[in-house]
Design a protein. Structure first.
Length: 232
């Protein structure tokens, strides 16, 4: 029971019923008519070019094909050649995905956009996931998105019900923010060591330190992070 205890104002809803017992899709479809939803998937080319990674990524694309409440799916593609960008498009076509956009960060089109942003004062010289997502969120905003979802491209157990449950509070219930997590208990073993042994003790130590200096903004941020079962 301690794992299900609610200690903070950020409530965690646990998955205790079968997917068919409560279908969220009808309400998501209706609500998305006036609350435009865009999904962002940052990824490297290796997510689908390396043989052992490809089935995982293809399953994600296959699951997304049946999601009708998303107006656009943005693939933020990093470290990819032009041929690899075309390969990603072929995977999307293979599974019948239509409402997608490939943000090829190393391609000539987006490279010139990054150059213009740098000239305008944005420091985007450092490559990485943050830069990738910055551009994706800008595209989503330009597309008129009122709700933006974000998932990784390497979720081995991904199914569309997970995405439904992630976005339902924001699209249908007008929540400002929703974060998913998965259990770190499997095969009679308890995982999640980084959270339990590093992150939580570090956050608690920081809270003690900033309590002494009465830094209220920092304390609120630390309390916000401590409210999640798995912050990472």
């Amino acid at each position: 029971m301690p794992n299900f205890a609610q200690k903070h104002t950020k409530i965690t809803t646990f998955y205790l019923i079968e997917p068919a017992a409560f279908d969220l899709k009808p309400r998501l479809r209706v609500s998305s008519k006036w609350k435009k939803a865009v999904l962002v998937i940052p990824l490297l080319a290796t997510e689908f070019t390396i043989e052992e990674n490809r089935p995982v990524f293809e399953n994600i694309v296959k699951q997304l094909k049946g999601v009708t409440y998303l107006s656009k799916i943005i693939f933020g593609l990093d470290r990819a050649t032009d041929d690899e960008a075309l390969e990603l498009a072929d995977i999307c076509k293979k599974y019948g995905l239509r409402n997608y956009l490939i943000q090829h960060n190393d391609g000539p089109g987006f490279s010139s956009i990054y150059k213009q942003l740098n000239n305008a004062g944005f420091n985007l010289d450092q490559p990485g996931k943050g830069k990738n997502m910055f551009m994706s969120f800008g595209i989503a905003q330009a597309l008129g998105a009122q709700c933006v979802g974000l998932i990784d491209a390497d979720i081995r157990t991904f199914n569309r019900h997970q995405l439904d449950r992630l976005l339902f509070p924001v699209i249908a219930l007008n929540y400002d923010f929703s974060k998913a997590f998965y259990s770190r208990i499997a095969n009679r073993r308890m995982y999640g060591r980084v959270k339990r042994l590093l992150l939580d003790p570090l956050l608690i130590a920081l809270k003690r330190k900033f309590t002494e200096s009465k830094e209220e903004k920092v304390l609120r941020l630390i309390d916000f992070l401590l409210a999640f079962h798995y912050q990472l």
